[in-house]
Ligand binder design. Structure first.
Ligand SMILES: Cc1ncc(COP(=O)(O)O)c(C=O)c1O
Length: 731
């Protein structure tokens, strides 16, 4: 009814019939229907278009790949760089065609310049690096000028002045040519898109009725085309290939993944892309991904069976590989992040069941790889970024049966925060993961962790071996409590393992030590100690407070329990008290009833602070270690200092052991002043920036004098045995 759209319709149908894309054809036909005043048919076509548009991009890529596969028989125009190699006269060449299968160059000469035939050389050189995009070799040149045709041989050689070897050049040129062909195809596709775009624009210009325009969503279509164009090309202007070659290379590499790349295809024809140069997933990464995918399927299925509304499951996997080839995985840690309306205890159960019973990939790998796991559940309905604090003393039960089942240990869940609390549990899970243990119990203080462990694992008549070099209050537990309950103990010189056997009794249950020790910084060989303990059937407990799990993981060296005063580096900023016991599930189960009933539990607030602190543990420890080593080195050269204790000083007698079991020396330095106690007092009182305080592991430097503070309750003999002299300063 309107002559203008009628004209547009012709243009559209022309484009549509030329277009290789089914979706576009449909859309243009839809437009045509509408212009013919048949909105119903147009709407139907448009819906078809919208549906097919979803796949259009995919088909576009398939089309390019298909074209690429057909390349063998395809003619390829080559770049005008040939001109430089064949002599300046060739600028009059109109175009040059390289026929791959026949090795023929077809040169069409501008008839206005007859000289060209004479100047077409018999031989040419490839330029030094990239183009022209044909391999060296012998070619036939067919030169056409109007109706005349001349044939000559052309020998293309690699430029002898090139810095690349001939072999390299061959590979490079072949690859470059492949790439060039792809770019040509890409340019073709972009050209088609350009045509579609300009046609759409002209239709828009031709249509007067703006409302109709809107209805047709032509603008939206133009935008979709523009988006498609952005996927295919990164520059505007005519010379897509030249101007954007580096970006195109990258895009093409992404599209085809052809560089050092391998595809695995199963019998159903489904493919995974692998790569040896980070362009795609590496084969070893795919192993981790397979474990994550396999167990995610279990976790989702299990949680659904437990009637939990799972939204997403993400698994972060860390794989530690051996240093030497074949660099197999030695350790894997899977951390699950489960979102949705999922109860924490259900998530824990599902993850555990997957890891222990169902996940074929992990269970297969577990035969040679040490696999650990942890999890965290969803954000609350407020979608907070940082974990909230569950500041609640108790939890509500669904009904009488739920309450009964929880108390009877028939169901998992929180009852009362002295038993379990989600904030505390989060901290415990993180500590267990960091230490490489199966489980963790968080306690109110470091001393509570030590006491809870002794109280749970020792009975009247049992015997304990304890290093002479431990924290002052730890000694007091022996004297003031274990002693009155009929538990005996002997102190061992931590550096003299040969002397320990004589002290072992049939009743010896535990060996307790600190490494590095407070404050003498003795380093004890964990591997040798754990071998000793295994030989005598003794459990080894290591106070890992000074090293933190970032620098040292005692369980990896065979210890049974790692203990922390979280008050120190775990908090790291001198704010809250806390402790942690990390071990296997069996030992943790023996200690848990003491926690539940005696109650030295960690407060949810402290757990929240400590859990946040763990996020910066690595960074803080790295800096502590750098600073401490620098100070220790300086102190060692100071004439007023008698000696310096620092595990990573090369002069330290235990340096080799420290280097074997610790990542770095830690943040503590202790040293003896030549002037004894009086010099110590003077030093402490002369300080300007350093705090005089009874803590350690703070971001602010702290100095103390152990003999008159932390270890003052020991007898002078006990202090001497623990290496605490009167002039010892701890920094
Ligand atoms: C090595 C070591 N273990 C345990 C503790 C006790 O920890 P807390 O003070 O958190 O009870 C300390 C405290 O200084 C310590 O240095």
């Amino acid at each position: 009814s309107n002559p203008q759209p009628k004209k547009a319709l012709d243009a559209l149908q022309k484009v549509a019939s030329n277009s290789s894309l089914e979706a576009e054809t449909k859309w243009f036909t839809a437009l045509a229907y509408l212009l013919d005043n048949d909105p119903k048919a147009a709407k139907k076509r448009k819906n078809e278009y919208v549906n097919s548009q979803k796949d259009a991009q995919l088909r576009e890529q398939e089309l390019i790949i298909q074209n690429q596969l057909n390349l063998e028989n395809e003619r390829n125009r080559i770049a005008s760089e040939m001109h430089d190699d064949l002599g300046s006269g060739l600028t009059v060449i109109k175009y040059l065609i390289y026929e791959d299968d026949e090795k023929i160059f077809r040169i069409v000469v501008d008839p206005k310049n007859p000289d060209i035939i004479l100047k077409a050389g018999l031989q040419g050189y490839m330029s030094k690096d990239g183009a022209p995009k044909v391999p060296a070799g012998k070619y036939t040149v067919k030169i056409t000028k109007g109706k005349e045709e001349y044939t000559q041989d052309l020998v293309l050689k690699y430029d002898p002045s090139s810095i690349h070897s001939e072999e390299d050049r061959k590979v490079k040129d072949e690859k470059a040519m492949e790439l060039y062909r792809m770019m040509e195809l890409l340019a073709d596709e972009v050209d088609k898109i350009d045509q579609l775009q300009s046609t759409s624009e002209s239709i828009k210009g031709g249509l007067k009725d703006k409302k109709m325009l809107k209805k047709l969503q032509l603008n939206e279509y133009v935008k979709e085309i523009e988006d498609l164009r952005k996927i295919l090309v990164v520059t505007t202007g005519d010379n897509y290939v030249g101007a954007a070659e580096p970006q195109l290379r990258e895009k093409i590499a992404n599209l085809y993944g052809q560089v050092l790349s391998y595809a695995g295809t199963n019998e159903r024809g489904q493919t995974i892309q692998f790569s040896g140069n980070k362009e795609a997933v590496s084969p070893m990464e795919s192993v981790l991904m397979a474990a994550a995918a396999c167990s995610s399927i279990d976790v989702e299925t299990l949680l659904k069976k437990m009637r939990q509304d799972v939204k997403t499951i993400s698994v972060e996997i860390d794989g530690t590989r051996a240093d030497a080839v074949p660099a197999v995985f030695t350790k894997m840690h899977l951390h699950y992040i489960i979102t949705g309306d999922v109860k924490e205890e259900k998530a824990e159960k599902a993850v555990q069941m997957s890891m222990e019973q169902y996940c074929s990939v992990s269970l297969m790998l577990a035969k040679s790889v040490e696999i650990t796991h942890s999890f965290e559940t969803d954000r609350s309905q407020h979608h907070e970024h940082s974990t909230p604090i569950f500041a609640t003393s108790s939890f509500v039960f669904d009904d009488a049966e739920h309450m009964r089942a929880l108390f009877a240990n028939e169901a998992e869940g929180n009852i009362y925060s002295r038993f379990t609390n989600p904030s505390v549990r989060e901290f415990e899970n993180k500590m267990a993961a960091l230490e490489g243990g199966e489980d963790c119990i968080a306690t109110a203080t470091g001393m509570a962790a030590i006491f809870a462990t002794f109280a749970s694992l020792l009975s009247s008549g049992d015997h304990l071996l304890m290093s002479k070099a431990v924290f002052g209050s730890t000694f007091k537990i022996n004297d003031d409590y274990l002693h009155k309950w009929g538990i005996t103990y002997d102190y061992i010189d931590p550096l003299n393992i040969e002397q320990w056997t004589a002290l072992v009794k049939p009743t010896t249950k535990l060996l307790y030590l600190e490494t590095p020790s407070n404050p003498g910084l003795d380093v004890i060989d964990l591997e040798a100690t754990s071998n000793f303990c295994k030989k005598h059937g003794i459990l080894l407990i290591v106070d890992n407070c000074f090293a933190t799990p970032y620098l040292q993981q005692p369980l990896a060296f065979g210890a049974d329990i790692s203990i922390h005063s979280a008050t120190k580096y775990i908090d790291g900023q001198g704010r809250v008290m806390g402790g942690a016991i990390i071990s296997n599930k069996k030992i943790i189960e023996q200690i848990y009833p003491f926690m539940k009933n005696a109650g030295p539990s960690m407060s949810p607030f402290n757990a929240w602070v400590l859990s946040k602190s763990l996020e910066t543990l690595a960074i803080r420890m790295d800096r502590h270690c750098q600073n401490a080593l620098q100070i220790a080195t300086w102190l060692e050269s100071n004439s007023q200092v008698a000696y310096v204790n620092y595990p990573f000083l090369p002069s330290n007698t235990q340096y080799e052991i420290a280097a074997k079991q610790m990542k770095a020396g830690g943040g503590m330095v202790s040293f003896e002043l030549k002037g004894g106690i009086e010099a110590g007092r003077q030093l402490i009182d002369a300080r300007e920036m350093i705090s005089l305080s009874a803590n350690l592991g703070d971001t602010r430097t702290i100095i103390t004098h152990p003999a008159s503070s932390t270890h003052s309750k020991l007898t002078p003999e006990e202090r001497t045995a623990a290496g605490i002299t009167d002039g010892l300063i701890r920094l």
